[in-house]
Design a protein around this ligand. Structure first.
Ligand SMILES: C[S@@+](CC[C@H](N)C(=O)[O-])C[C@H]1O[C@@H](n2cnc3c(N)ncnc32)[C@H](O)[C@@H]1O
Length: 221
């Protein structure tokens, strides 16, 4: 049976409404947005940040793969309960040092966020103690070709009912476009990651068409 098409597609008016009715952006988040653009640092878009914050709100132990200058980390840090912690992995110390200064500016205690300066798969491989878990939420936002391997590494480190959230899973339309003659390694890996998560019986998963596509998967264990 043909899928019934909705007459209204979410567009600019809806986005303006969401922006206008959402709580004001924290000044440190606004400052990071402003700093990222001229330096060409890819960060989560604001809509996805709001979704991520809502998902992080009762998650005490969070793991992030891909810190950059700390935008997504700060959305989660400001939302998680008092006493919550975030471990965030990024090999680029010049970025994570900048991140730390924004987190301090936002009043986040240093002990809330631990930075692991490493390539994520190498850190998992050498059993970096900070990555032991268990984690209540894992946010994935680093090398696209490594998404399937990140999932394999983090699943044994999840607590019951944990969430895996991943950004860029629609990759500006390239993941859905099956007509492309020569899809990139990134596109192929993201298709593999999405297919694996959506069909894994250990999870209930969906892709939210927010920003560049956010996959949200709840661990049923
Ligand atoms: C898209 S940015 C992260 C953006 C950040 N999550 C945000 O929204 O504010 C991707 C980051 O992954 C980092 N990265 C590159 N290779 C990595 C690896 N092998 N493991 C973990 N992070 C890596 C890059 O240095 C970069 O800062």
């Amino acid at each position: 049976m043909a899928r019934r098409e909705r007459t209204h597609q979410v567009g600019r008016v809806d986005r303006d409404y969401v922006e206008a009715t959402s709580p004001a952006l924290h000044p440190a988040l606004a400052a990071i947005e402003e700093a990222a653009e001229p330096d060409g640092i890819p960060i989560l878009d604001r809509e996805s940040g709001r979704v991520l914050a809502a998902l992080a709100a009762n998650r005490r132990r969070i793991l992030e793969i891909g810190t950059a200058i700390g935008f997504s980390t700060l959305w989660m840090a400001l939302a998680q309960p008092a006493g919550g912690t975030i471990v965030t992995i990024d090999p680029d110390r010049s970025r994570t040092d900048r991140a730390r200064s924004w987190w301090r500016q936002a009043g986040v205690p240093d002990e809330q966020i631990t930075v692991v300066t490493a390539r994520a798969l190498e850190a998992f491989e050498r059993r970096e103690p900070a990555l032991d878990g268990p984690f209540d939420l894992v946010f994935i936002d680093a090398i696209k070709t490594e998404y399937p391997a990140y999932a394999a590494a983090v699943i044994p480190r999840l607590s019951p009912g944990a969430l895996i959230v991943a950004d860029n899973v629609l990759w500006s339309g390239r993941v859905a476009d099956m007509e492309q003659l020569d899809p990139t390694e990134d596109t192929l890996a993201l298709r593999q990651f999405n297919g694996g998560m959506l069909s894994d019986p250990r999870f209930v998963a969906s892709i939210l068409p927010v920003g560049d596509g956010l996959l949200v998967a709840t661990y049923r264990a």
